[in-house]
Design a binder for this molecule. Structure first.
Ligand SMILES: Cc1ncc(COP(=O)(O)O)c(C=O)c1O
Length: 396
């Protein structure tokens, strides 16, 4: 008899990218050249000085040993993160208590739920959302209360419509702008409203700003910690995966309320031994070194978005232009509206070899949409548009 999985794991839906990957494999095995827009996995190399810093770090004494919180490399990284926050957001952080490096922000987000959710506590989580925002809650035994993000509200949650009793029973709330998958943004005004909403509610507000460097009209998005009073209950997550294309290196960080971070750190101390020290040295180089790379890749992503969105609109797939991130979030094209987004994604994959992410992979309010991640070059985008033109013509 197969060993029964833990019940809380059974509550998890199949991981979106695993399902899409299965289709991709089948189509590839049939000889199709797959154009992969499914996962937000940057296709650039990190800045050269960062890769060099990692190579040089390899021969530093003690580099291959376990990471130790109070050694120089670790302290230097925390200070670099605090300085980066000051530079970007004018938010002052104590590197010793208000900064916690992570093995990627996904790890920290999942462990935050484990650190703070009791069985059957509620969590307020937007839908659609980056999957670990809700899957982390399920893995921790919590119960999700969806905050629907709707196009007509610019994909911002309606905080005033959350029932009082629900808020009272909630332990954790997630917010994330610029937003994956919808590419929506928010301003400081919104964060001030969040502070007003949460200040007397005994709730942790986790803000995930993985895409703060990818706003096209302003350079950077605000941090929730810029809102007065936010530090009392807010922790904010950021990552080097996107800004410096270091997705595989696994380096993110959480900043903000020191008691909440101490709880997260405690949980992590039972699970991991910290980040490879060479990666910490290189991450310090990324945060403290020249930043021209970030605007360079932002411009390339913007160019790719323009290419795809202009092309889609030209062939009749009406798609709005995002103001941020490197994602394009769009409704299923008219002739296919009767399909679920999962059915559409599979059909598209099998008929065109184009892989996208189905909206429901980000939660039930993602139904009717798909997401393109612009992690492929111009030539592949052009090729994808040719295939999509033919695909749409069949149905018209
Ligand atoms: C909103 C958001 N947060 C966090 C992550 C994960 O980042 P990391 O590589 O630091 O785990 C992603 C990755 O796509 C993301 O979209």
């Amino acid at each position: 008899m197969p060993m029964e999985e833990a019940h809380r794991m059974m509550r998890l839906p199949p991981y979106l990218f695993t399902v899409v990957d299965g289709w991709k494999k089948e189509v590839k095995a049939a000889g199709v050249d797959v154009i992969d827009f499914s996962m937000g996995n940057p296709d650039f190399d990190p800045p050269a000085h960062v890769t060099r810093a990692l190579k040089e770090a390899m021969s530093m004494p003690g580099i291959h040993r376990y990471s130790k919180r109070d050694d120089v490399i670790e302290k230097t990284l925390r200070k670099a993160i605090a300085d980066w926050y000051m530079g970007r957001f004018k938010v002052e952080l104590d590197p010793e208590t208000e900064v916690l490096p992570l093995i990627g922000s996904k790890e920290g987000i999942a462990h935050l739920a484990l650190a703070y959710m009791n069985n059957n506590d509620l969590a307020l989580v937007p839908s659609p959302a980056y999957p670990v925002h809700f899957n982390g809650i399920i893995m921790a035994g919590g119960i999700l209360y969806n905050l629907p993000l709707k196009e007509e509200n610019d994909y911002l949650p309606e905080l005033h419509s959350i029932p009082r009793e629900t808020t009272r029973l909630s332990k954790l709330m997630f917010l994330s702008y610029p937003h994956n998958p919808t590419a929506a943004t928010c301003d400081l005004d919104f964060y001030e409203k969040v502070v007003h909403f949460a200040h007397d509610k005994n709730i942790i507000v986790a803000s995930d700003i993985a895409y703060s460097d990818f706003v096209f009209n302003k350079r950077t998005a605000p941090s929730m910690l810029q809102a007065k009073g936010a530090r009392k209950f807010c922790v904010e997550f950021h990552t080097l995966s996107k800004s410096y294309s270091m997705a595989g290196w696994r380096l993110g960080f959480a900043v903000g309320n020191k008691e909440i971070l101490a709880g997260l750190n405690k949980t992590k101390s039972y699970v991991d031994f910290g980040i490879f020290r060479g990666v910490q040295v290189a991450a310090t180089a990324a945060l403290t070194g020249p930043q021209a790379y970030v605007s360079k890749i932002r411009n390339i992503y913007k160019h790719r978005i323009d290419l795809l969105v202009d092309g889609l609109n030209k062939i009749g797939w009406v798609t709005p232009k995002p103001k941020a991130t490197f994602y394009v979030w769009t409704k299923l094209p008219d002739p296919y509206r009767a399909l679920s987004c999962m059915e559409f994604t599979e059909l598209l994959m099998r008929q065109t070899g184009i892989a996208v992410a189905p909206g429901t992979g980000f939660g039930e309010y993602g139904e009717g949409y798909v997401r393109f991640a612009l992690v492929v070059d111009d030539a592949k985008i052009a090729k994808a548009l040719e295939r999509l033109k033919k695909f749409l013509e069949i149905k018209v």
